[in-house]
Design a binder for this molecule. Structure first.
Ligand SMILES: CC(C)(COP(=O)(O)OP(=O)(O)OC[C@H]1O[C@@H](n2cnc3c(N)ncnc32)[C@H](O)[C@@H]1OP(=O)(O)O)[C@@H](O)C(=O)NCCC(=O)NCCS
Length: 165
């Protein structure tokens, strides 16, 4: 174990964290809402986990359990890749999903997010579905979604990934 992993703690969100989660999501996603597959989520109202190193917040994941499946709604690591923060947060959600009796873990990302596509596939997720131009729909609800994303790729499509539990 490197130092970061040894000092990394994964802590469940509580109701007392709502304002801080809302602030974190606003800071990293430009809005308190996450809009995917024509659904509006408020991560501050969802279960999730902080990643904490010493006294610092270094990551956040939120999820929703519905109909025997668990959806990762937001996932953010504030540490450079290779410190294991994203992996630890996904593992925590996976364990919570199994505990809740879910048979499937899934999420939606966008076509520009090549890093997330790499990260999730390396963590055992499969590409499940592409919804062409879904982000144009989401922009009606959340105009702050940028037109251009990572690597200057136009943000257009939603890509669903999942794994069986
Ligand atoms: C996607 C995201 C959450 C990944 O988090 P991360 O903290 O970089 O992830 P990790 O450090 O756990 O893993 C990244 C790589 O480091 C490697 N790694 C993990 N722990 C390691 C360690 N202790 N030593 C060396 N390498 C390690 C992992 O194996 C992984 O490489 P691999 O995928 O090729 O196997 C992060 O890039 C992020 O926040 N992106 C912006 C927001 C976003 O796009 N979220 C997802 C869409 S909702």
């Amino acid at each position: 174990l490197n130092r970061t992993q040894k000092d990394l703690k994964i802590i469940p969100l509580t109701a007392a964290d709502q304002a801080q989660v809302a602030g974190f999501i606003r800071e990293h996603w430009g809005d308190e809402r996450v809009v995917v597959h024509q659904t509006v989520y408020y991560p501050a109202q969802l279960p999730g986990f902080w990643a904490v190193e010493k006294a610092d917040i270094v990551g956040l994941v939120t999820y929703q359990v519905s109909e025997g499946a668990c959806e990762i709604v937001s996932l953010d690591s504030l540490k450079p890749a290779g410190n294991g923060v994203g992996s630890a947060l996904v593992e925590a959600v996976k364990a919570a999903a199994v505990q809740a009796g879910c048979r499937r873990l899934w999420l939606v990302t966008t076509n520009d997010n090549l890093n997330a596509l790499r990260f999730y596939q390396r963590r055992g997720f499969y590409l499940r579905r592409v919804t062409p131009d879904a982000v144009s729909q989401a922009r009606f609800i959340k105009p702050s979604i940028p037109l251009v994303g990572d690597f200057n790729i136009p943000i257009r499509d939603e890509i669903e990934l999942d794994m069986n539990l």
